[in-house]
Ligand binder design. Structure first.
Ligand code: SER
Length: 324
């Protein structure tokens, strides 16, 4: 990776990945794109930024040519809960954007990354220690686009030699940019509410385990996979990765270690609960560990501590006494 074009740079992953890649590869070698422009944004202000609608193949091709990039990181997509409300838009954006991006990678011989998700699995998938290669029959539109996307990346690799890589991300937790309408978002909201109000009503029910990861580990995973030697990658695309698996009680208990007065109750959202129930409880990520040395650093308590410290600063709220 020397010169990189990113789509969806203002999203939850893009906003942090762009800044980290600019640190490593140089500001002018990371071209950030998004469908919208916002004021006072560090991604837009810190380096090259272009407006791009990923359903416009010609526009994407022109930008990749203009900046002479060698790598395309395609992040623009709708998340699970929003996709369930707007399934046709999710298909058009998630699949239309991906096929355009893969075409650009084929035409210009670019290295390629796009994320898949735990959402690519379904109720028939083994829920515990979910294998790398297993049954994938998702019951959400998001999942349908993610499985189809994995297959499309395999196809472009086999048929055209596009070096298309990817991971199946679990729920991603971060303090910088909010996720855009996913099922795992409760595990981000809970930290905001813990600091603001010392209580949270979870829209995911007790006992519902899902895989999760702290954003710094997710960013390092993308970079590590992209820098791995291709011959070492047996799977190259759609690697299971995870850093922890917890249910709402466990994340609440972790918060209580730092904010003892924190209280949680439940106000379950049936739509998002149904999605969560169709996803695995915990992934087996041995293929990622063996093939490119995936090794996350944050467990639940370490993440909780870091989230509370950084969020209290961002929200200008007092740091919990236990962290002073
Ligand atoms: N975090 C995503 C979602 O909830 C899963 O990939 O949609």
């Amino acid at each position: 990776m020397k010169k990189i074009l990113i789509t969806g740079c203002l999203g939850q992953i893009g906003s942090e990945l762009t800044m980290r890649l600019r640190e490593i590869y140089g500001t002018n070698n990371v071209i950030a794109t998004d469908i919208r422009r916002v004021e006072d944004n560090e991604v837009i202000e810190s380096g090259p930024f272009e407006l791009l609608d990923v359903t416009d193949h010609k526009a994407m091709l022109e930008l990749a040519k203009k900046y002479e990039v060698d790598t395309l990181i395609h992040l623009a997509a709708l998340l699970s809960a929003v996709a369930e409300q707007k399934p046709k838009l999710a298909w058009d954006l998630n699949m239309g954007g991906l096929v355009n991006a893969l075409e650009v990678a084929r035409e210009l011989n670019l290295k390629f990354f796009t994320p898949s998700s735990i959402g690519s699995f379904g109720p028939g998938t083994p829920a515990k220690n979910t294998p790398q290669d297993t049954l994938q029959r998702p019951t959400t539109m998001y999942g349908v686009t993610k499985v189809a996307g994995e297959l499309l990346c395999d196809y472009y690799f086999e048929k055209f030699g596009v070096d298309a890589r990817g991971v199946r991300f679990p729920g991603l937790i971060s303090y910088k940019t909010l996720p855009g309408g996913g099922t795992t978002d409760y595990a981000v909201e809970i930290y905001y509410e813990a600091l603001k109000n010392k209580k949270y009503s979870s829209f995911i029910d007790k006992g519902t385990h899902m895989d999760m990861m702290y954003m710094p580990d997710a960013i390092e995973a993308i970079i590590k996979l992209m820098e791995a030697d291709l011959p070492k990658l047996k799977h190259h695309n759609a690697f299971n990765i995870t850093a922890m698996s917890f249910d709402p009680e466990e994340i609440a208990d972790s918060i209580k270690k730092y904010i003892p007065e924190f209280k949680m109750d439940y106000n379950v959202d049936p739509a998002r609960q149904k999605i969560a129930d169709s996803w695995p409880d915990s992934l087996d990520c041995s293929a990622a560990e063996e093939e490119w040395d995936f090794s996350p650093k944050y467990n639940l308590d370490r993440m909780t501590k870091d989230m509370l410290i950084n969020l209290s600063e961002k929200l200008e709220l007092p740091l919990p006494n236990t962290l002073k």
